[in-house]
Design a protein around this ligand. Structure first.
Ligand SMILES: [Zn+2]
Ligand SMILES: [Zn+2]
Length: 401
């Protein structure tokens, strides 16, 4: 029995010691409000504003950066990172106050940028961007009302905020290497694309005159996995220049751009040159002039004197008193015959005059001068009364022409 008393006494002592060992003043806290913002993009910083605790007397303790009794991990201002491979992740934040562990709460971190990218990245020229497979998180609202919603294509294809540069109805060209995805004013990111030529025009005739019809024989297009070479399937092809009538010269530029369509879908473009077909020569003004005219449109080109293209003039031996001798040549361009007077110097004319009247060079000077004067009056009179003979342009100098 005595041992039982000892045991009871021992238990009483232990109990008393136990009560002393457990601090009667030990406080306890609970999280009564989580911070205002609990949803973040990857890379944002944690904001503890709004975090509130209650102590065991139901008294509120609001988080303040200056309250050093708070110990929160991760802390206010710490960068929140999404672990590799995740697009959405809850990060646990643990709170200790005055060295007493209080509890935890979670903040959710969402991927910034694309959650998934479009499936199709390889295009042929003329095709349009297909965003199918694209998704990303969009943040809307603020403070406690922040919502992260997953925007995806084609589910959200009708969302006017979802736009692309270039737009999805713009035919792609080889110059397009990426597509920018925007949601409202926010740029989500860029999708790299490769655009390959759907068209090979390297063997196509590109130099034309307006006598020719455009004929893109050999033009090669990739249609899906097939290659179609014009004129195969020619009824599917269309061009910005006609194929059923002769080409027209653009007077401002010899170069014209031809856009190629297949079943109405733009496949590419290339340049051709179209010039006048100035090969034909026409004689003008009775053969004294010639000009080039265009065989395509009939337009008259450069005009020139046939006399400028005579390489040999043959004298006609038809000189007489008051009639100059003429010579005739053949135009090397148009074959027209041109006759002109043989130009004579005043000295030649005076010698002819002297020989006609049998006047010696050494004769007294007075008599020939009077005769010369008389002769000139007659010549002028005759020239006034008789129209100048000969056809074509007359060449010569002085009053005797
Ligand atoms: Zn022409
Ligand atoms: Zn000529």
């Amino acid at each position: 029995m005595k041992s039982k008393k000892v045991l009871a006494l021992l238990l009483t002592v232990l109990l008393l010691v136990g009560l002393v060992a457990v601090p009667a003043s030990a406080a306890s806290y609970t999280i009564s409000k989580t911070p205002t913002t609990t949803k973040y993009y990857d890379g944002d910083t944690l904001k503890l504003t709004g975090l509130q605790l209650k102590d065991d007397k139901n008294k509120n303790i609001n988080w303040k950066s200056s309250d050093k009794k708070f110990s929160v991990t991760p802390g206010n201002g710490d960068v929140l990172n999404l672990p590799d491979g995740y697009t959405e992740y809850d990060i646990t934040v643990s709170v200790t106050y005055d060295n007493v562990f209080v509890g935890t709460f979670a903040v959710t971190v969402y991927k910034d940028g694309f959650v998934s990218t479009p499936t199709k990245t390889a295009y042929q020229e003329g095709e349009m961007f297909d965003p199918s497979g694209l998704s990303f998180y969009n943040k809307s609202g603020s403070g406690a009302n922040i919502v992260f919603s997953l925007i995806s294509y084609p589910a959200d294809a009708g969302d006017a905020n979802l736009t692309f540069v270039p737009s999805i109805d713009t035919p792609l060209t080889k110059e397009n290497t990426e597509i920018t995805v925007k949601y409202g004013t926010r740029t989500i990111g860029t999708v790299p694309v490769t655009v390959t030529a759907a068209m090979d025009s390297s063997t196509v005739k590109k130099v034309y005159t307006d006598s020719d019809m455009f004929n893109p024989i050999g033009l090669s297009l990739k249609i899906g996995s097939e290659t179609v070479v014009y004129p195969t399937n020619k009824e599917h092809f269309s061009f910005t220049v006609p194929t059923d009538k002769t080409l027209t010269v653009d007077e401002n530029s010899a170069t014209q751009n031809v856009v190629v369509y297949y079943d109405g879908v733009e496949k590419g473009n290339f340049d051709i040159t179209v010039t006048h077909n100035f090969e034909a020569i026409v004689q003008l003004e009775g053969g004294t002039m010639h000009g080039q005219f265009c065989k395509g449109c009939g337009q008259l080109g450069s005009v020139d004197q046939c006399a400028n293209h005579v390489t040999e003039w043959i004298p006609n031996g038809d000189a007489g008193f008051l009639k100059q001798e003429t010579e005739t040549g053949t135009c090397s361009i148009c074959g027209g015959k041109v006759t002109r007077n043989i130009p004579k110097t005043d000295e030649q004319l005076e010698n002819e005059f002297n020989s006609y009247f049998n006047l010696a060079e050494t004769t007294n000077e007075t008599e020939p001068k009077i005769l010369h004067f008389f002769f000139l009056i007659i010549v002028r009179l005759v020239q006034t009364l008789i129209p100048a003979g000969g056809n074509g342009h007359v060449f010569g100098t002085g009053i005797f022409q």
